[in-house]
Design a protein around this ligand. Structure first.
Ligand SMILES: Nc1ncnc2c1ncn2[C@@H]1O[C@H](COP(=O)(O)OP(=O)(O)OP(=O)(O)O)[C@@H](O)[C@H]1O
Ligand SMILES: [Mg+2]
Length: 504
C-alpha cells in the first residue's frame, strides 16, 4: 500500500527513512550505521567536516552507490534503490555539485532528456516548451527554454536542475552544496525557491558548510562526524556555536582568529589592468603583511583580474609592479618565478589532476624544490606532504590515494597544500575556503595570519562577506570589471555596506 506525501505529513511517517546505513571504501569507513529521517515539507541540513560522509550518504540515496548494509523505507514501505533510474522512479532527485546538464543541448532538451513522449516533432516541442515554462513558473524564476545550457550562469543551471526534478514529480530533492558557486543575491533567490518547494510538500536535504544558511533555511540539522551520526536536532534548539561543536567535537574559541597586522611597504602594484569587458581599468596596491580582501558578485571580474596578474590570461593593457619594478609576466611560470602564486577556485579545472594520486598532485608544481639536483627527493616530498596533511587536517587513507576519491573539501585542501609549499611573496587566494568545513577554515585563517606575519602580501578573493570582514585588513569591492569601492575601516564595516558597493 502506498501512502501519498500528504498522508505521510499528517501521520508523521517520514518520506525517507534510512536505518543502519554502512559503507566502506578501500582503507576508509565512509559511513557507519547511519540513520536518517526526512519528512515532507521540511528542509533537513546535512552537516559535517570534509570527508564526514555527506556526499556518500547522498549518493546512496540517489542510487549512485550501493550501501554495504542498512535498510531504506520510502513512505514507510521497505525499498531497495538499485540505481539512479530507480531513485528517480521513487521520486528522489539528487542535484550533485557537478551538474548533470548537457551543455550543448537546450534547456528544454535537458529537462525532458531520455523520456518517452508520444507526440513527435513540432507538436512535442511545443508541448515541452509549455511544460518548461510552467515548471519555471512553479519555481518562480524565468529561464528561456530554447537557450543552450552552456550559456547559463551557475545559478540558472541550478534552477534547471530543480525544474528537472519537478518534471519527474520528485518528492525529495537533495542538494549537495548548492550555494558554493552562488553570489549572496543568488543564494537569496535559491532560498525563495526552496521555500516555495517546501510549501508544495517537497522534502529537501541540503548539504552546506555555511552555518548562516543552516540557521536561515533549515528546519532540522543532522550532523555526521567521521562517518558516524552525531545527532539530528531542530535548528530552533541550536546556535552556531552548538552546531560547530557537534561538527568538530570541540569548541572553537572564535570563528575568525584575526591578528593585528604590521603593514609595510607596497609589494604589488597593478596599474590600469584591462581585458575585454571583464576587467575594465583596475588599479590596486597590495602591501607587505597585508591581507586584502577582494569581494563583489560572481562575475564582477575578480577572478579575471587575478588571472591577469598571474599571467594566466594576457592583458590588453596595464602593468604589474613588484617592489617598484615592472614585471614582464606572460605566463604563470613567469609569475611563479617572480614569487607570485595563485590558488585557484576551480580545483576541477585548474588545480588538480584527478586521476593522479595525492602525492603526485602535491609534487607537481614543486618539482624544483624536491628535485634540486635533477632527481626527486621522495623523502623530502613525503615529509612536506605529511606536514600539510597534518596542519590542514586532510582526510586521506594514504598519500597514494587517487585524488578523484577524496571528498570535495579534501580535494580543495590538496590544492592549498601544493601551493602553500611554494615560498611565494605574493599569494592570491581565489575563494580559499569554498567547500571547506569550519574546523579547517579556522586552520586556513591561521595560515593566512602566519603568512602575513612573515611579510607576505595576501590578496584574498572571497564571496563570503563574514570572512572578508573577519580576516581582512582592507576590503576592495568590484563591480562590472571595476573597483567600485574600498573599505579601510574594516572593524566598523557591515555586510550591507559591502553589498551596496557590489551592486552599485
Ligand atoms: N569512490 C571512493 N573511493 C574511495 N574512497 C572514497 C570514495 N568516495 C568517498 N571516499 C571516502 O569516503 C569518505 C567520505 O567522503 P564524502 O565524499 O562522503 O565526504 P563529505 O562529507 O561529502 O565531505 P566534503 O564536505 O569534503 O564534500 C572520505 O574519506 C572519502 O575520501
Ligand atoms: Mg561532499
Amino acid at each position: 500500500m502506498n501512502k501519498s506525501a500528504a498522508d505521510a505529513a499528517v501521520t508523521d511517517i517520514p518520506l525517507v527513512q534510512m536505518r543502519g546505513i554502512t559503507k566502506s571504501f578501500p582503507g576508509v569507513c565512509a559511513l557507519a550505521n547511519v540513520d536518517l529521517d526526512l519528512y515532507a515539507g521540511e528542509v533537513l541540513a546535512l552537516l559535517g567536516e570534509n570527508g564526514a560522509g555527506k556526499s556518500t550518504l547522498i549518493k546512496i540515496l540517489g542510487g549512485a552507490h550501493a550501501p554495504d548494509d542498512g535498510a531504506l523505507k520510502i513512505h514507510g514501505e521497505p525499498t531497495l534503490i538499485a540505481g539512479p533510474v530507480d531513485a528517480r522512479r521513487l521520486g528522489i532527485s539528487v542535484i550533485y555539485q557537478e551538474f548533470n546538464l548537457v551543455s550543448a543541448l537546450s534547456v528544454r532538451d535537458n529537462l525532458f532528456l531520455g523520456r518517452e513522449n508520444t507526440h513527435f516533432g513540432f507538436l512535442r516541442k511545443q508541448h515541452e516548451r509549455t511544460r518548461a515554462v510552467d515548471l519555471f513558473k512553479r519555481i518562480g524564476v524565468a529561464v528561456a527554454p530554447e537557450v543552450l545550457c552552456r550559456s547559463l550562469t551557475v545559478a540558472q543551471q541550478q534552477v534547471v536542475e530543480i525544474a528537472k526534478a519537478l518534471a519527474v514529480e520528485s518528492r525529495v530533492i537533495v542538494m549537495d552544496e548548492p550555494s558554493a558557486a552562488l553570489s549572496p543575491r543568488e543564494v537569496d533567490r535559491l532560498f525563495t525557491v526552496i521555500r516555495e518547494l517546501k510549501a508544495q510538500g517537497i522534502a529537501i536535504l541540503y548539504v552546506t558548510h555555511r552555518l548562516g544558511e543552516v540557521m536561515e533555511i533549515a528546519d532540522r540539522a543532522m550532523v555526521l562526524r567521521d562517518g558516524e551520526h552525531v545527532d539530528t536536532r531542530p535548528v530552533s534548539d541550536l546556535t552556531r556555536e552548538a552546531i560547530i561543536e557537534m561538527m568538530v567535537g570541540r569548541r572553537l574559541s572564535e570563528e575568525f582568529p584575526k591578528k593585528p597586522a604590521a603593514i609595510g611597504r607596497p609589494r604589488l602594484t597593478a596599474r590600469h589592468l584591462r581585458r575585454g569587458t571583464a576587467v575594465r581599468d583596475v588599479s590596486l596596491e597590495l602591501f607587505r603583511g597585508e591581507i586584502l580582501a577582494l569581494t563583489g558578485l560572481v562575475g564582477a571580474g575578480r577572478t579575471e583580474m587575478a588571472r591577469l596578474i598571474f599571467g594566466a590570461d594576457r592583458m590588453d593593457s596595464g602593468c604589474v609592479e613588484l617592489d617598484g619594478q615592472t614585471l614582464a609576466i606572460r605566463t604563470p611560470r613567469d609569475a611563479i618565478g617572480s614569487g607570485i602564486c595563485l590558488l585557484t577556485e576551480d580545483r576541477k579545472q585548474q588545480g588538480l589532476v584527478l586521476g593522479m594520486s595525492v602525492i603526485e598532485n602535491f609534487g607537481l608544481p614543486n618539482m624544483s624544490r624536491f628535485a634540486p639536483w635533477g632527481w626527486i627527493s621522495r623523502t623530502r616530498e613525503r615529509q612536506a606532504m605529511d606536514l600539510h596533511v597534518d596542519r590542514l587536517q586532510i582526510k586521506i587513507s594514504s598519500v597514494r590515494q587517487p585524488t578523484r576519491t577524496l571528498s570535495g573539501g579534501n580535494q580543495q585542501k590538496v590544492v592549498l597544500a601544493k601551493w602553500l609549499e611554494r615560498n611565494a611573496e605574493v599569494v592570491i587566494f581565489d575563494e580559499p575556503t569554498r567547500g571547506i568545513d569550519v574546523g579547517a577554515k579556522y586552520e586556513i585563517y591561521h595560515l593566512l595570519n602566519h603568512l602575513a606575519d612573515r611579510g607576505k602580501a595576501i590578496l584574498m578573493i572571497t564571496s563570503e562577506l563574514p570572512e572578508a570582514l573577519g580576516m581582512a585588513d582592507r576590503i576592495l569591492v568590484m563591480h562590472e570589471g571595476r573597483i567600485s569601492g574600498e573599505i579601510r575601516d574594516v572593524a566598523s564595516a557591515t555586510p550591507e555596506q559591502i553589498m551596496a558597493l557590489a551592486v552599485k
